[in-house]
Every structure is written in structure tokens, then in C-alpha cells.
Ligand binder design. Structure first.
Ligand code: AMP
Length: 116
């Protein structure tokens, strides 16, 4: 990971604003600045982890916490009944553009499959 703070670390540190919908000791959820669906929220750990591949055995509890947070935030956003998609882009071919682990929650319309 580069020494430069990622944009998400700057959001965690409250150096730049975000439309936050959930925050706890371990994670933060906020609206994506360029929504790809009517509801598009990102759930990120406060710990600096590059992506799913950067998780280690030390992160077992955190990984569980993040997945539970995804479900809770989706419920809070009213997506549970209609359904939603959870995406974690990983690395170059995965289309990851921000090097800080994040789960996209996408909902509010029917989403096609497979993704492009
Ligand atoms: P990914 O391409 O999977 O790495 O996703 C990164 C996401 O972060 C994209 O959907 C961006 O629109 C979003 N994003 C980038 N900067 C910000 C920001 N300052 N606030 C909220 N979302 C952001």
C-alpha cells in the first residue's frame, strides 16, 4: 500500500466530507459520490486493508463485522424486501479504483447479470 492516504482514509479521518449513513468502532458506511444505482452505499473498515485479498487471519472478527454491517445498512436503507447486490472489486481486473477495502451496496432497481 502506498504511503499516501487513500480518499477513504481521509473520509475516516474526517478530512473530507461524506454522506455517512452508519458509523461504529470498526466501520463506516456512506453514499457513493457517483451512484451506479438509485441506492449506492459503500461499507469500509476503519482499519487500512487494501481489499479482500489483503485480509489476514487476524481480521476474522472484522470481516464478520463488516458483512453484518452490510446487511444492517441495507436493511436501514430499506433494501431488504426488494433485494440488493453486494460487490467488492479486487485489483486491476476486478475494477478496483480505491485501494481501501470496500463493499458496494447497490439497490433500488433490478440489476443485470453478468456484470460488464
Ligand atoms: P471501486 O471502483 O470498486 O474501487 O469503487 C470505488 C468507489 O468509490 C467508486 O464507486 C467511486 O464512485 C467511489 N468514490 C470515490 N471517491 C469517493 C468519495 N469521495 N466519496 C464517496 N464515494 C467515492
Amino acid at each position: 500500500m502506498s504511503d499516501e492516504k487513500s480518499i477513504f482514509k481521509r473520509i475516516i479521518d474526517k478530512e473530507i466530507p461524506a454522506n455517512i449513513v452508519h458509523e461504529d468502532e470498526h466501520c463506516l458506511a456512506f453514499h457513493d459520490v457517483a451512484p451506479a444505482a438509485p441506492t449506492h452505499v459503500l461499507v469500509i473498515p476503519k482499519k487500512e486493508i487494501i481489499n479482500v485479498a489483503g485480509l489476514s487471519d487476524d481480521d476474522v472478527q472484522l470481516a464478520g463485522h463488516l458483512l453484518l454491517a452490510v446487511g444492517k445498512v441495507a436493511r436501514q436503507l430499506g433494501l431488504e424486501e426488494s433485494g440488493y447486490r453486494v460487490v467488492a472489486n479486487c485489483g486491476k481486473d476486478g475494477g478496483q479504483s480505491v485501494d481501501h477495502l470496500h463493499f458496494h451496496i447497490l439497490g433500488g432497481r433490478a440489476l443485470s447479470w453478468p456484470p460488464g
